[in-house]
Design a protein around this ligand. Structure first.
Ligand code: TXA
Ligand code: MG
Length: 310
């Protein structure tokens, strides 16, 4: 079920995808649950496997901007962002082309499409054989995204035909999502693996997504959630609480980054939340973290993980 992402396994994965099957694939952000984006049955299986509401569209993964142009109308600003950040942890949402062969279901009927060119070599090797691939994070809807092949197996086990092991994800947080409208207006739909400032250096100030909008349902209030409840900005654990430290806020074995490095913290976040959840504690107390740079995306995920559940 889990195979190292090389040679024969990559060829087998491509064959599964061509036949409409699903493959968990490593990317530099998180593991994705990939299917042929042009095959409506494969796309339907993705929604099914994740227990994902059908109003929540999927990202179409491509090799690069040339493929992206076949599916979206890219304003010069979108072209500029792609040239700067692809392959990498940036997703661009742009008006969808009528002639795109991506299944309607993948875009949840929206007039736009989300596109990303991932950097992980295994993802690129797959995309060289079959593209575009629709791939949400390979977790059950609402839960923590997997950053290892083992975690993807725990989330989706039987619902996926093959899991490619490409090692732990280097970035560890989902891609930053930016919408670029037909007029070049730039909106931040999701903070992620590329810091806001790096994007704003090219776009100018990013507009904020409308609160609660279905523009980016990854913005749903409760999301990325472990079983345990989270208590944020905790300088120390309370009685019976597990603790997730950062820098000098250090109590017990779990610290996102003892040297206070936010990139290291991002890479550790989901695996440590899983490990803390597995201790059986009812509450995970989380150290304060700076909100600058990648801290914005980390704070966003922690806030959603801490949000009241239905
Ligand atoms: O890093 C990532 O982006 C990972 C890896 C696997 O590439 N993928 C990922 O996919 O995080 P997912 O499905 O978990 O999150 C995609 C987000 C969702 O919040 C979805 O609502 C949003 O992208 N999205 C997709 N298409 C959209 C569109 N046309 N307009 C607005 N938001 C869109
Ligand atoms: Mg997700």
């Amino acid at each position: 079920m889990i195979r190292y992402a090389e040679g024969d396994a990559l060829a087998e994965a491509a064959a599964i995808l061509r036949a409409g099957g699903l493959v968990a694939m490593p990317t530099e952000t998180v593991y994705g649950l990939a299917g042929d984006a042009t095959n409506p049955l494969a796309v339907a299986r993705i929604f099914e496997a994740k227990g994902r509401p059908r109003f929540n569209p999927l990202i179409a993964h491509v090799l690069g901007v040339e493929q992206a142009r076949a599916h979206a109308i890219l304003h010069p600003l979108a072209e500029k962002l792609a040239a700067r950040f692809w392959p990498g942890p940036l997703t661009i949402v742009a008006p969808r082309r009528g002639e795109s062969d991506v299944a309607e279901l993948a875009c949840a009927g929206l007039p736009t499409i989300a596109l990303r060119a991932p950097a992980h070599p295994a993802a690129r090797a797959l995309l060289a054989q079959i593209a575009p691939l629709a791939a949400p994070s390979a977790n059950r809807s609402g839960r923590i995204s997997p950053t290892t092949a083992q975690h993807a197996a725990e989330e989706l086990g039987g619902a996926v035909d093959l899991i490619l092991d490409g090692g732990p994800c280097a970035v560890g947080l989902e891609s930053t999502i930016v919408a670029i409208g037909a007029d070049g207006a730039a909106t931040l739909l999701r903070a992620g693996g590329i810091a806001r400032a790096d994007i704003e250096a090219m776009t100018g100030p990013l507009a904020a997504a409308r609160a609660g909008a279905v523009d980016a349902p990854g913005m749903l209030q409760s999301h990325y959630a472990p079983r345990a409840r989270l208590r944020l900005n905790a300088t120390a654990p309370g009685e019976g609480e597990a603790y997730l430290g950062f820098a000098a806020f250090d109590h017990g074995p779990f610290n996102l980054s003892r040297r206070g490095d936010l990139a290291e913290a991002a890479a550790n976040l989901y695996a440590m939340l899983r490990a803390l959840d597995a201790t059986g504690a009812d509450v995970i107390a989380v150290a304060p973290l700076p909100h600058a740079g990648l801290g914005e995306a980390i704070a966003d995920r922690l806030a959603r993980a801490a949000a009241p559940r239905d």
